[in-house]
Design a protein around this ligand. Structure first.
Ligand code: GLP
Length: 240
Protein backbone atom coordinates (compact mmCIF):
# COMPACT_ATOMS: atom_id res chain seq x y z
CA UNK A 1 0.00 0.00 0.00
CA UNK A 2 1.15 3.57 -0.47
CA UNK A 3 -0.26 6.97 0.35
CA UNK A 4 -0.24 10.11 -1.75
CA UNK A 5 -1.77 13.46 -0.96
CA UNK A 6 -3.42 15.19 -3.87
CA UNK A 7 -5.02 18.54 -3.09
CA UNK A 8 -7.53 17.43 -0.46
CA UNK A 9 -7.71 13.89 -1.77
CA UNK A 10 -5.89 11.23 0.09
CA UNK A 11 -5.14 8.37 -2.27
CA UNK A 12 -4.67 4.89 -0.84
CA UNK A 13 -3.37 2.40 -3.37
CA UNK A 14 -4.14 -1.20 -2.55
CA UNK A 15 -3.37 -4.59 -4.04
CA UNK A 16 -6.96 -5.60 -4.67
CA UNK A 17 -10.61 -5.16 -3.61
CA UNK A 18 -10.03 -7.23 -0.49
CA UNK A 19 -7.26 -5.01 0.82
CA UNK A 20 -9.37 -2.01 -0.27
CA UNK A 21 -12.29 -3.30 1.79
CA UNK A 22 -10.05 -3.61 4.85
CA UNK A 23 -8.85 0.00 4.47
CA UNK A 24 -12.41 1.27 4.09
CA UNK A 25 -13.49 -0.85 7.04
CA UNK A 26 -10.80 0.75 9.22
CA UNK A 27 -12.04 4.22 8.25
CA UNK A 28 -15.61 3.28 9.13
CA UNK A 29 -14.50 1.84 12.45
CA UNK A 30 -12.62 5.05 13.19
CA UNK A 31 -15.70 7.11 12.28
CA UNK A 32 -17.80 5.04 14.68
CA UNK A 33 -15.26 5.68 17.42
CA UNK A 34 -15.69 9.38 16.66
CA UNK A 35 -19.46 9.07 17.06
CA UNK A 36 -20.45 9.17 13.40
CA UNK A 37 -24.20 8.60 13.19
CA UNK A 38 -25.25 8.82 9.57
CA UNK A 39 -23.69 6.64 6.89
CA UNK A 40 -24.27 7.35 3.22
CA UNK A 41 -24.15 4.02 1.43
CA UNK A 42 -23.65 2.95 -2.17
CA UNK A 43 -24.63 -0.01 -4.31
CA UNK A 44 -22.86 -1.66 -7.25
CA UNK A 45 -20.32 -4.47 -7.12
CA UNK A 46 -17.52 -2.24 -5.79
CA UNK A 47 -18.63 -1.95 -2.13
CA UNK A 48 -19.48 -5.66 -1.86
CA UNK A 49 -16.14 -6.63 -0.29
CA UNK A 50 -16.53 -3.79 2.23
CA UNK A 51 -20.05 -4.94 3.13
CA UNK A 52 -18.69 -8.46 3.64
CA UNK A 53 -16.09 -7.08 6.07
CA UNK A 54 -18.83 -5.21 7.91
CA UNK A 55 -21.17 -8.25 8.02
CA UNK A 56 -18.43 -10.40 9.48
CA UNK A 57 -17.31 -7.79 12.02
CA UNK A 58 -18.51 -7.06 15.51
CA UNK A 59 -19.31 -3.43 14.66
CA UNK A 60 -22.70 -2.30 15.91
CA UNK A 61 -24.97 -0.07 13.82
CA UNK A 62 -28.19 -0.50 15.80
CA UNK A 63 -28.25 3.17 16.79
CA UNK A 64 -27.02 4.45 13.40
CA UNK A 65 -28.76 5.73 10.31
CA UNK A 66 -28.10 4.62 6.72
CA UNK A 67 -29.02 6.79 3.75
CA UNK A 68 -28.53 5.29 0.30
CA UNK A 69 -27.56 7.16 -2.83
CA UNK A 70 -30.08 5.95 -5.34
CA UNK A 71 -32.76 3.57 -6.60
CA UNK A 72 -34.12 2.51 -9.98
CA UNK A 73 -37.47 4.00 -10.89
CA UNK A 74 -40.13 1.37 -11.51
CA UNK A 75 -38.75 -1.28 -9.20
CA UNK A 76 -40.51 -1.97 -5.91
CA UNK A 77 -38.37 -2.19 -2.79
CA UNK A 78 -38.74 -5.99 -2.76
CA UNK A 79 -37.90 -6.43 -6.47
CA UNK A 80 -34.88 -8.78 -6.74
CA UNK A 81 -32.83 -6.16 -8.65
CA UNK A 82 -33.78 -3.16 -6.54
CA UNK A 83 -31.06 -1.41 -4.59
CA UNK A 84 -33.23 -1.89 -1.53
CA UNK A 85 -32.99 -5.68 -1.93
CA UNK A 86 -29.26 -5.36 -2.60
CA UNK A 87 -28.71 -3.44 0.64
CA UNK A 88 -30.82 -5.84 2.68
CA UNK A 89 -28.87 -8.82 1.36
CA UNK A 90 -25.44 -7.21 1.46
CA UNK A 91 -25.69 -5.50 4.83
CA UNK A 92 -28.90 -4.68 6.65
CA UNK A 93 -30.08 -8.24 7.40
CA UNK A 94 -26.76 -9.02 9.04
CA UNK A 95 -26.16 -5.53 10.48
CA UNK A 96 -29.38 -3.83 11.43
CA UNK A 97 -29.43 -0.02 11.58
CA UNK A 98 -31.85 2.10 13.60
CA UNK A 99 -33.13 3.60 10.33
CA UNK A 100 -32.38 2.88 6.70
CA UNK A 101 -33.43 5.17 3.86
CA UNK A 102 -33.46 4.45 0.12
CA UNK A 103 -35.47 6.33 -2.50
CA UNK A 104 -38.80 4.68 -3.31
CA UNK A 105 -38.67 3.60 -6.95
CA UNK A 106 -42.46 3.50 -7.18
CA UNK A 107 -43.16 6.95 -5.78
CA UNK A 108 -44.10 9.98 -7.84
CA UNK A 109 -41.21 12.28 -8.77
CA UNK A 110 -42.03 15.46 -6.90
CA UNK A 111 -43.24 13.69 -3.77
CA UNK A 112 -40.20 11.44 -3.66
CA UNK A 113 -37.52 14.03 -4.36
CA UNK A 114 -38.98 16.30 -1.67
CA UNK A 115 -39.30 13.44 0.80
CA UNK A 116 -35.70 12.36 0.22
CA UNK A 117 -34.31 15.89 0.45
CA UNK A 118 -36.08 16.29 3.79
CA UNK A 119 -34.47 13.05 5.01
CA UNK A 120 -31.05 14.32 3.93
CA UNK A 121 -31.64 17.70 5.57
CA UNK A 122 -32.46 16.14 8.90
CA UNK A 123 -29.70 13.51 8.68
CA UNK A 124 -26.43 15.16 7.69
CA UNK A 125 -24.10 12.46 6.41
CA UNK A 126 -20.95 11.80 8.42
CA UNK A 127 -19.36 9.28 6.07
CA UNK A 128 -20.35 8.75 2.45
CA UNK A 129 -19.26 5.60 0.62
CA UNK A 130 -19.04 6.00 -3.16
CA UNK A 131 -18.33 3.82 -6.14
CA UNK A 132 -17.81 5.35 -9.57
CA UNK A 133 -19.22 4.65 -13.00
CA UNK A 134 -16.91 4.15 -15.99
CA UNK A 135 -18.17 7.55 -17.19
CA UNK A 136 -17.28 9.03 -13.77
CA UNK A 137 -20.84 9.18 -12.48
CA UNK A 138 -21.30 9.17 -8.72
CA UNK A 139 -24.59 7.97 -7.30
CA UNK A 140 -26.53 8.12 -10.55
CA UNK A 141 -25.35 11.64 -11.36
CA UNK A 142 -24.49 11.26 -15.01
CA UNK A 143 -22.11 13.57 -16.95
CA UNK A 144 -23.73 16.96 -17.43
CA UNK A 145 -25.61 16.97 -14.11
CA UNK A 146 -25.26 20.42 -12.54
CA UNK A 147 -23.08 20.37 -9.44
CA UNK A 148 -25.73 22.14 -7.38
CA UNK A 149 -28.49 19.52 -7.72
CA UNK A 150 -30.12 17.76 -4.82
CA UNK A 151 -32.24 14.60 -5.12
CA UNK A 152 -33.58 14.30 -8.66
CA UNK A 153 -34.90 11.99 -11.34
CA UNK A 154 -32.17 10.79 -13.68
CA UNK A 155 -32.35 9.49 -17.21
CA UNK A 156 -29.68 6.80 -17.29
CA UNK A 157 -27.15 6.92 -20.11
CA UNK A 158 -26.71 3.99 -22.50
CA UNK A 159 -23.22 3.47 -21.04
CA UNK A 160 -24.65 3.07 -17.54
CA UNK A 161 -27.40 0.73 -18.74
CA UNK A 162 -24.76 -1.35 -20.53
CA UNK A 163 -22.51 -1.38 -17.45
CA UNK A 164 -25.34 -2.40 -15.11
CA UNK A 165 -27.07 -4.97 -17.33
CA UNK A 166 -25.21 -7.93 -15.78
CA UNK A 167 -27.63 -7.75 -12.87
CA UNK A 168 -30.62 -8.14 -15.21
CA UNK A 169 -31.64 -10.73 -17.82
CA UNK A 170 -30.88 -8.25 -20.60
CA UNK A 171 -30.18 -4.54 -21.21
CA UNK A 172 -33.90 -4.19 -22.07
CA UNK A 173 -34.80 -5.07 -18.49
CA UNK A 174 -32.62 -2.34 -16.96
CA UNK A 175 -34.81 0.57 -15.85
CA UNK A 176 -34.22 3.76 -17.89
CA UNK A 177 -34.65 6.11 -14.94
CA UNK A 178 -33.54 6.38 -11.36
CA UNK A 179 -33.80 8.63 -8.35
CA UNK A 180 -30.44 9.82 -7.10
CA UNK A 181 -29.08 11.99 -4.37
CA UNK A 182 -27.61 15.01 -6.12
CA UNK A 183 -24.01 16.10 -6.21
CA UNK A 184 -24.78 18.88 -3.73
CA UNK A 185 -26.08 16.29 -1.26
CA UNK A 186 -23.01 14.09 -1.76
CA UNK A 187 -20.69 17.07 -1.29
CA UNK A 188 -22.39 17.90 2.03
CA UNK A 189 -21.05 14.68 3.59
CA UNK A 190 -18.36 15.33 6.18
CA UNK A 191 -16.12 12.59 4.85
CA UNK A 192 -16.21 10.76 1.53
CA UNK A 193 -14.65 7.39 0.78
CA UNK A 194 -14.51 6.62 -2.94
CA UNK A 195 -13.71 3.03 -3.91
CA UNK A 196 -12.60 1.97 -7.39
CA UNK A 197 -11.24 -1.34 -8.63
CA UNK A 198 -10.29 -2.55 -12.08
CA UNK A 199 -8.89 -1.24 -15.33
CA UNK A 200 -12.27 -0.06 -16.62
CA UNK A 201 -12.27 2.60 -13.86
CA UNK A 202 -8.74 3.88 -14.61
CA UNK A 203 -9.76 6.71 -16.90
CA UNK A 204 -12.57 7.88 -14.61
CA UNK A 205 -10.14 7.88 -11.69
CA UNK A 206 -7.48 9.82 -13.62
CA UNK A 207 -10.09 12.42 -14.59
CA UNK A 208 -11.39 12.56 -11.01
CA UNK A 209 -7.97 13.31 -9.57
CA UNK A 210 -6.11 15.21 -12.27
CA UNK A 211 -8.72 16.45 -14.71
CA UNK A 212 -10.42 19.83 -14.71
CA UNK A 213 -13.39 20.22 -12.38
CA UNK A 214 -16.23 19.99 -14.85
CA UNK A 215 -19.82 18.80 -14.89
CA UNK A 216 -18.79 16.52 -17.77
CA UNK A 217 -16.88 14.50 -15.13
CA UNK A 218 -19.25 14.41 -12.14
CA UNK A 219 -16.65 12.94 -9.75
CA UNK A 220 -14.18 15.78 -10.51
CA UNK A 221 -16.11 17.95 -8.02
CA UNK A 222 -14.58 15.81 -5.27
CA UNK A 223 -11.35 17.81 -5.75
CA UNK A 224 -13.21 20.59 -3.93
CA UNK A 225 -14.24 18.51 -0.93
CA UNK A 226 -12.04 18.89 2.17
CA UNK A 227 -11.98 15.21 3.21
CA UNK A 228 -11.98 12.63 0.44
CA UNK A 229 -10.21 9.30 0.69
CA UNK A 230 -9.79 7.49 -2.58
CA UNK A 231 -9.12 3.76 -2.29
CA UNK A 232 -7.95 2.31 -5.60
CA UNK A 233 -6.36 -0.91 -6.72
CA UNK A 234 -3.37 -0.91 -9.08
CA UNK A 235 -5.51 -1.29 -12.20
CA UNK A 236 -7.82 1.61 -11.29
CA UNK A 237 -4.77 3.71 -10.40
CA UNK A 238 -2.91 2.83 -13.60
CA UNK A 239 -3.60 6.16 -15.36
CA UNK A 240 -2.79 8.39 -12.39
C1 GLP B 1 -24.27 2.23 -10.42
C2 GLP B 1 -24.50 2.90 -9.07
C3 GLP B 1 -23.28 3.63 -8.60
C4 GLP B 1 -22.04 2.75 -8.73
C5 GLP B 1 -21.84 2.35 -10.18
C6 GLP B 1 -20.62 1.47 -10.40
O1 GLP B 1 -24.45 3.07 -11.48
N1 GLP B 1 -25.61 3.79 -9.10
O2 GLP B 1 -23.46 4.04 -7.26
O3 GLP B 1 -20.91 3.40 -8.24
O4 GLP B 1 -22.99 1.64 -10.58
O5 GLP B 1 -20.94 0.14 -10.22
P1 GLP B 1 -19.90 -1.00 -9.96
O6 GLP B 1 -19.42 -0.80 -8.56
O7 GLP B 1 -20.70 -2.27 -10.08
O8 GLP B 1 -18.84 -0.86 -10.96
Amino acid sequence: MNLTDHKHMKIIKVKDKHEGAKKAFDLIKEALQNDAEVFGLATGSTPETLYKELRESDLDFTDKIAVNLDEYIGLSADHPQSYSTFMNDQLFKAKPFKETHIPDGLAEEQVETERYNAILDSNPIDVQILGIGTNAHIGFNEPGTPFDTDTHKVSLTDATIEANKHNFSSANDVPRFAYSMGIKSIMSAKKIILLAYGENKAEAIANTVNGPVTERVPSSILQKHPDVVLIVDEAAASKL
